[in-house]
Design a protein around this ligand. Structure first.
Ligand SMILES: [Zn+2]
Ligand SMILES: [Zn+2]
Length: 168
């Protein structure tokens, strides 16, 4: 299960005044919904530690912790947490992962298509370029999705790419 933070740029969580649980409760209230016990369990579990996870990994962790939350509730709550701005969805080539958005600085990712490792990085020059492009187009940017897909250093070493000759 993959928590692989970049060694060069560890990201520090931001300090926030409201707990994710409280934020989520307010969001649900506006929509006329309730922070049910399974939803509370999920928010607490998810916001315990920052990492990238998918629905399957979350379900496995909850099961291992002896918490009974149905698949349907997990999927629906993840959706709601994204809509509430608490979680960010990362669409990768072979899966959809989630991570904290609330209380965590904006950043981008590298994704290894062999071992599924996700590496976070933060580079101000990317932000500056995106700001400039937005300004040039009279666009008010609210976010961006940048994932560099490829093969990580360890996987490149472990399995050298097929030689072109083999493919002929
Ligand atoms: Zn890899
Ligand atoms: Zn991340």
């Amino acid at each position: 299960m993959g928590e692989h933070l970049s060694k060069t740029a560890p990201l520090e969580p931001l300090s926030v005044s409201d707990s994710p649980e409280r934020k989520f409760g307010e969001f649900l209230e506006i929509r006329g919904e309730k922070l049910t016990e399974p939803r509370r369990v999920l928010v607490r579990h998810i916001f315990d530690a920052h990492k990238h996870f998918d629905a399957d990994e979350l379900a496995a962790e909850l099961q291992a912790a002896g918490r009974r939350v149905s698949r349907a509730t997990i999927y629906r709550t993840l959706r709601l947490l994204v809509d509430a701005g608490l979680l960010r969805e990362l669409r990768l080539t072979n899966r959809t992962a989630y991570e904290h958005d609330y209380g965590y600085p904006s950043h981008d990712h590298l994704h290894c298509s062999r071992c599924n490792k996700i590496v976070e990085f933060r580079d101000d020059s990317i932000r500056r370029i995106c700001d400039q492009i937005s300004r040039d187009n009279g666009f008010r940017a609210t976010g961006r999705r940048l994932v560099i897909e490829g093969v990580c250093a360890e996987c490149s070493k472990a399995r050298p790419p097929k030689r072109m000759l083999d493919l002929i």
